[in-house]
Design a protein around this ligand. Structure first.
Ligand SMILES: [Zn+2]
Length: 220
């Protein structure tokens, strides 16, 4: 695998994240949003990544990853999620404190080092947010998870993982006790803002915004 700059790695990861949620090409604006940067600087970097055969980039169409780009993105995701396990399991951080630290650590890429880290952690298959850890070969365990937003009224599901790792989002989930492993039933979906009302196993009800429903993975 070719050596990439930290910025290039962050772009690949952002494109991977966006395309895995939307299942279509990532727009320049979505990438700029994800990376908190301006659309103009995104365009420059996309040209660079395209020259390195990491992405398919045609102006005005969404960006998608090439096979090489996908494998590279998965190896960054692997490093990120292994570090999150390390931070929780070995250094006893909370699940809401680890993402930003892992964002820095993920750029250490020596494969021998990363494999030893995985071994040291007992080769975990999921990170503390419930997200699967890709193997060294770039395989992701299939887990039949769907976004909470995809559920219909009346459907019941278990909370499996979170899509967003930001401190604010995870603290919100802790606050409303919408944690991994919880069972929920969709009571109502509002057409106009795509928010939903859900009920927990113990009868408690909660109103969930569209953004939250799009940031949680569940299993039916
Ligand atoms: Zn994270």
């Amino acid at each position: 695998m070719q050596r990439l700059s930290i910025t290039e790695e962050n772009y690949l990861k952002a494109i991977y994240k966006i395309t895995s949620r939307e299942l279509k090409g990532a727009s320049t604006n979505a990438i700029a949003d994800e990376l908190n940067t301006r659309a103009a600087s995104v365009t420059d970097m996309l040209r660079k990544l395209s020259d390195k055969q990491l992405i398919h980039y045609k102006k005005y169409q969404g960006v998608t990853l090439t096979e090489l780009g996908r494998l590279t993105a998965l190896s960054i995701v692997r490093r990120h999620r292994l570090w999150e396990v390390f931070l929780v399991k070995k250094l006893h951080f909370g699940w809401d404190e680890i993402h930003d630290i892992a964002e820095e650590l993920e750029h250490v890429s020596d494969p021998r080092f990363i494999n030893r880290l995985a071994e040291y952690l007992g080769n975990p298959t999921a990170d503390p947010h419930g997200d699967p850890i890709p193997t060294e070969a770039g395989e992701l365990p299939t887990n039949n998870q769907v976004l909470l937003a995809k559920l219909e009224v009346g459907e019941q599901a278990e909370v499996m993982a979170v899509f967003e790792h930001s401190t604010a989002f995870l603290q919100y989930l802790d606050q409303v006790e919408l944690n991994l492993g919880k069972s929920i039933t969709v009571l109502e979906k509002l057409e106009f803002d795509q928010s939903m009302r859900v009920r927990f196993g113990n009868g408690r009800e909660l109103q969930i915004s569209r953004e939250v429903a799009r940031s949680i993975f569940v299993k039916r």
